[in-house]
Design a binder for this molecule. Structure first.
Ligand SMILES: [Zn+2]
Length: 312
């Protein structure tokens, strides 16, 4: 792709190759750091140069790993991949010595998301990239000690190489958006939103959340979640968390840790059960300092991190 390039069809963004020039210095599978994983190491025209790379789709920073210059990104909406699948993209970029993205930050398709680098003991300047065609963010160590997603695809099945200069593509079948027949899809439900929360924004919870602690007596139907509110287990445990840090369980459904509600007994257990919430809420207040939003759930005001909400 080119800097600033945008590409979509029928309201769905095409997942583009983030590099203007692509020289694959280490392919998927094989030995060492890519054994058992679908990852490419990519450098640019000249070895040793920290070329920039761009957002393949409009995406949100989910996690950062400063020691390795690594970022986990996820598309804000479903995207179209080079193999024709339409789903969320969750992807990793690594070795950026200049990494300054913040968790929760949303970057529009075509804007710069990093620079090739050597952070984390990389051999030569490059970007390590790995793509999952799913919203599942599980990041698992395999038997060779390399991390992978549950739904990884090889990179030529993930990104369209429109306007990417392929210097070394390892004879794989790389596709451009012209190679894919776009099926008719409904765009009625797709609304353009900026993902910056304000008072009055309509939001949904983004993710699967563990019930860290249940409030007793159980009849109050409240739970604590460290990820969502930042309040520690200890504070919940000793009941010193303020009223608004307890979250009413009523609008949440029990699921397994992958989000499936199959075989769940709906008996939620603290420290064990996972829940999701598909309702839409209105932001009542914003706290910029803690990057939190106040929502009303079942008549109770709670503060949750904006990172785990997305605007709809
Ligand atoms: Zn690599």
């Amino acid at each position: 792709m080119r800097k600033g390039q945008k590409s979509s069809n029928k309201g769905i963004e095409n997942f583009l190759c983030p590099f203007t020039d692509m020289y694959i210095s280490q392919d998927s599978g094989g030995a060492y750091s890519h054994k058992g994983i679908m990852a490419n190491d990519v450098r640019g025209v000249q070895a040793g140069v920290r070329y920039p790379y761009y957002a393949p789709c409009t995406c949100k920073c989910l996690k950062t790993y400063p020691i390795t210059g690594q970022v986990m990104w996820q598309s804000v909406n479903k995207v179209r991949f080079a193999n024709g699948r339409i789903d969320y993209a969750t992807f990793i970029t690594a070795h950026d010595d200049t990494m300054d993205v913040k968790i929760g930050q949303v970057i529009k398709q075509g804007k710069q998301i990093g620079n090739m680098g050597i952070k984390g003991n990389a051999t030569g300047v490059h970007c390590h990239i790995q793509v999952s065609q799913s919203s599942d963010t599980s990041w698992i160590k395999n038997q060779y000690g390399n991390y992978r997603f549950n739904h990884e695809y090889d990179l030529n099945d993930c990104y369209f190489v429109d306007d990417t200069n392929i210097i070394k593509g390892n004879d794989k079948k790389w596709r451009t958006t012209k190679d894919i027949t776009v099926k008719e899809v409904s765009v009625n439900n797709i609304e353009i939103v900026d993902q910056i929360l304000h008072v009055g924004s309509k939001v949904k919870f983004d993710g699967i959340f563990k019930v860290d602690i249940l409030k007793s007596p159980l009849s109050t139907n409240l739970f604590g979640n460290i990820k969502l509110t930042g309040v520690s287990y200890d504070e919940y445990y000793h009941e010193s968390a303020k009223a608004y840090h307890w979250i009413p369980l009523d609008d949440f459904t029990e699921v397994d840790k992958y989000g499936s509600s199959k075989n769940q007994d709906d008996i939620v257990v603290g420290g064990k059960s996972y829940v999701i919430n598909k309702n839409i809420y209105t932001v009542k207040k914003i706290d910029v300092k803690t990057n939190s939003a106040q929502l009303e759930l079942n008549g109770r005001d709670i503060w949750v991190y904006s990172t785990y909400l997305y605007e709809v």
